[in-house]
Design a protein around this ligand. Structure first.
Ligand code: GTP
Ligand code: MN
Ligand code: MN
Length: 379
């Protein structure tokens, strides 16, 4: 047995989960089963597999035998069977047949389209559709979001690198400061947790003078649009009212901030052009010309969220992720502390009051949790 195994706590928000860990050969398998359960609208089963995978990510070394799993939380019978098979045979039949299945592959391809959720993908799958090409071929009715999703499918499939996220950060900063000097912009999501690639780039925007941030998003998107930097955008208004939505809605993970789902047109930089085309610095313009023939730009998914200053700490915590870490934080708050946590607020259901916070550290303290930095929230 491994003495450290005894120390693994059962909520992901009680543990440190680094980005790089020792058990991806097991966690990838369990996450395929989790994903497949999600495709089949079985949330309970999906979360169970995700929790099991997450525990293995927190282990200080590679699992070599079932002995190593003694006393670990969150490992149900099914997860243990899968792990045992992988340890003994090198792979799990259930995982491999899921991975190869027509349904899994089609659902992956279809939900991979921006604007397509499990429900829509499942309906298309049952109609015999398997890929974005099938949607075009059969002339499916698509909303504006899905049209953009199909149009930019190949680009949006390509992971966004940290270097690309940094270029987008500069663009967003320029846009925000052009329309509201003094505003603060923070990189969120996977990149804040230290990931080297992501499926999108997430930003949280606020202003120290509360009220200044109201209706800011349309100004930002107008500026970006005028510069020709947006391929798609859909802005939704802030609809959060503490009196009406606070405690009642706090358990839901959907927040009500002013936010924008967008697709940026990212110019391929001179630097990447230089390396791709092996042109000298003097040849950048020539290289750029060469690149523009192949397109010269790529589409990148960007999420923008505007938060009032007083909610900024909660928004920061809520938009850093990982998704499982967030889910576990809310479960911990509700089940262990009788509190309701959202990206807007923390409400104490026993004292019947809101707990104000300026920093993430204060929120962890209210929740009776040791502070976990973003780089260790990769649950
Ligand atoms: P990749 O983008 O795939 O690299 O990972 P990511 O962790 O950045 O995921 P994503 O961009 O989907 O989400 C970033 C964080 O924002 C996660 O913690 C999500 O839980 C959170 N998030 C996404 N959508 C919403 C939402 O509508 N409301 C709230 N409160 N949080 C959200
Ligand atoms: Mn993201
Ligand atoms: Mn996102």
């Amino acid at each position: 047995g491994d003495a450290t195994a005894m120390l693994i706590k059962s909520y992901a928000c009680q543990r440190r989960t680094p980005l790089k860990h020792h058990n991806s050969f097991l966690t990838e398998a369990l996450e395929i089963l989790a994903q497949n359960a999600e495709y089949n609208d079985n949330e309970g089963r999906s979360v169970a597999f995700r929790r099991a995978a997450s525990v293995l990510k927190a282990l200080p070394r590679r699992v070599r035998s079932m002995e190593d799993l003694r006393c670990l939380p969150c490992l149900g019978d099914h997860s243990q069977r899968v792990i045992k098979e992988i340890l003994e045979d090198g792979s799990s039949r259930e995982v491999e047949s899921t991975r190869q299945s027509e349904q899994y592959q089609a659902m992956k391809a279809l939900t991979g389209i921006f604007g397509v959720g499990v429900r829509t993908a499942d309906r298309w799958f049952r109609e015999g559709l398997r890929s974005p090409d099938d949607l075009i071929r059969t002339g499916q009715q698509l909303n504006r979001e899905q049209q953009a999703g199909v149009q930019y499918y190949d680009d949006l499939q390509k992971p966004v690198t940290k270097a690309e996220a940094d270029v987008i950060s500069d663009v967003v900063e320029k846009a925000v400061h052009a329309v509201l000097p003094g505003a603060e912009i923070q990189l969120m999501g996977g990149f804040r947790r230290g990931k080297e690639v992501g499926h999108d780039v997430d930003f949280l925007i606020t202003h120290p003078e509360e009220g200044k941030e109201e209706r800011l998003m349309p100004k930002i998107t107008n500026w970006l649009e005028e510069q020709g930097l947006l391929l798609y955008q859909k802005t939704t208004r802030n609809s959060y009212l503490e009196k009406m939505d606070g405690p009642a809605r706090a358990s839901s993970n959907m927040d009500r901030f002013e936010r924008c789902f967008s697709i940026f047109k990212l110019q391929e930089s001179a630097a990447s052009c230089k390396s791709n085309c092996s042109a000298s610095a003097e040849d950048v313009s020539a290289a750029h010309e060469h690149h523009s023939e192949a397109s010269g730009w790529r589409a990148v998914r960007v999420d923008l969220v505007v938060s009032p200053y007083s909610q900024f700490a909660f928004a920061t915590l809520g938009w850093t992720g990982s998704k499982l870490f967030e889910r576990e934080l809310r479960r911990w708050a509700g089940q262990e502390k009788h509190m309701s946590l959202s990206s807007h607020a923390l409400y104490d259901n026993k004292q019947n009051l809101y707990l104000r916070a300026k920093t993430e550290e204060e929120i962890f303290a209210y929740l009776g949790l040791e502070y976990i930095p973003p780089s260790e929230r990769n649950a």
